[in-house]
Structure formats: structure tokens, C-alpha cells
Write a new protein. Structure first.
Length: 227
């Protein structure tokens, strides 16, 4: 078990607000922060979905944050509103420019400004690239990524690849992270020191070829550096 010295909720709130202010893509004056027992709630409004996503990502970088509730609303001005047809056309054009994604493998549906991605790809980074390609388009108020990963390696090979990648990673304490595989499904358990480390472990797991899903059961147990 990792020995911890807890941050107070007030300290976490101040740090989250500071990190939001530090993030250039976020207008912090329109976002509120509530903290209870290390769980952060973000509320308020932003003018586009990309800013909402960046705000949540900024909060995840703060040490001591155990969980995040995203209650931020996207409120666009009339000049930024687009029809679903316009958004669909822009998303299709953007996807054609992504060289890492084979053409025709991703299908997109737009409903009331929300883009739904479907299809099958071989690698997680391709799935991530598809979402990144459309997240900041004008008029988008959300993205649902239902792209699946095609199985490629045996379960034991996947576990070995992920474990070795954890060992090479300068950010992660591989001894505190446990990997289980069932077919092409990966489950991560154990303890990490912050939300950013939790996300990094999940990113590394998804990067293994053939991973179909990742269940991230890692617990955030914040521990400050000892002098």
C-alpha cells in the first residue's frame, strides 16, 4: 500500500482552477469547480466541445484528484452553429486527410451536433486519431466513439507486450500496476499516484496490438514526493 498525505479539498480546488487558467484553450471564468473528498465537479459552460474536453483533461493532470464529474454545458453562439449536414461533410473531409486511418473504415453519423463514430480498426491510436480529427470542428457539441479494435494477438502475448511497455515507461511505476487479459480484453488494477498516471497506463494498454477493450480499475492514491 502507498503511504499518502492527503491534499485538502480546498487545495485541490485551487490547483484545478490554476491548471484551468494555465490551459490556453480554456476560458476559466466561465467554469466552476467543486471538490468533495477529492472528487472534482466541473460546471458552467463553454462555447465548443473541444474546450469542454480540454477542461476535463486539465483537471485530470492535477495531483490529488480522485474522480471527475463533467457537468460543463456547451453553449454556442449563432455564428458557430452548423447543420448536421454541414458537420457531417466537414468531418468526412477531415477524416480523408488522416493518413493513419484506411479510407472507408470509419463511418460517421451526426445527430443534433453530436458525432458518432463507428467501424473497425487494428490499433487504438487509429481510433484515438479518428476522434481527435473531429473533436474541434465548428458546431460539434459531442463525440461518441464506438470504433472497435480488430483482435490480432493472443491474450498472453498482449499481456506480455503491455507489461514490458509499462516497464519501459518513465511515468509509470510498473510494480504497482497489474495486468489481466481475457481474450482481447485487458483489465488494469492496482494503485497509481495521480489521474495523469492512470490515463497514461490506459493509453499504454490500448496501444498494444489486438486490444479490443480496456477496463481501467486503477485506484488513484496520491502520494507527494518525499524530501
Amino acid at each position: 500500500m502507498i503511504t499518502t498525505t492527503e491534499k485538502t479539498d480546498a487545495e485541490i480546488k485551487n490547483d484545478v482552477l490554476a491548471e484551468l487558467k494555465y490551459e490556453p484553450s480554456v476560458l476559466v471564468t466561465d467554469i466552476g469547480v467543486l471538490v468533495k473528498d477529492g472528487a472534482v465537479t466541473l460546471n458552467g459552460y463553454v462555447t465548443n466541445y473541444g474546450e469542454k474536453w480540454d477542461a476535463v483533461r486539465a483537471a485530470k493532470r492535477v495531483s490529488g484528484v480522485r474522480a471527475i464529474a463533467d457537468d460543463i454545458n456547451v453553449k454556442m453562439s449563432d455564428s458557430l452553429c452548423r447543420t448536421d449536414g454541414d458537420i457531417a461533410a466537414a468531418a468526412a473531409n477531415r477524416m480523408d486527410w488522416i493518413t493513419s486511418i484506411p479510407k472507408g473504415t470509419v463511418q460517421m453519423t451526426v445527430t443534433e451536433g453530436r458525432i458518432q463514430l463507428e467501424g473497425q480498426l487494428e490499433w487504438w491510436y487509429q481510433k484515438d486519431a479518428a476522434e481527435n480529427a473531429v473533436r474541434y470542428l465548428t458546431g460539434v457539441n459531442g463525440v461518441t466513439n464506438l470504433i472497435t479494435i480488430k483482435p490480432k494477438l493472443a491474450a498472453e502475448d498482449i499481456k506480455t507486450a503491455i507489461t514490458e511497455a509499462f516497464g519501459r515507461n518513465a511515468v509509470l511505476d510498473a510494480k504497482e500496476i497489474h495486468v489481466r487479459t481475457s481474450g482481447n480484453k485487458v483489465t488494469l488494477s492496482g494503485e497509481v499516484c495521480n489521474y495523469a498516471e492512470r490515463d497514461e497506463a490506459e493509453r499504454v494498454a490500448w496501444a498494444a496490438p489486438g486490444v479490443y477493450s480496456v477496463e481501467n480499475e486503477l485506484t488513484v492514491v496520491w502520494s507527494p514526493d518525499e524530501d
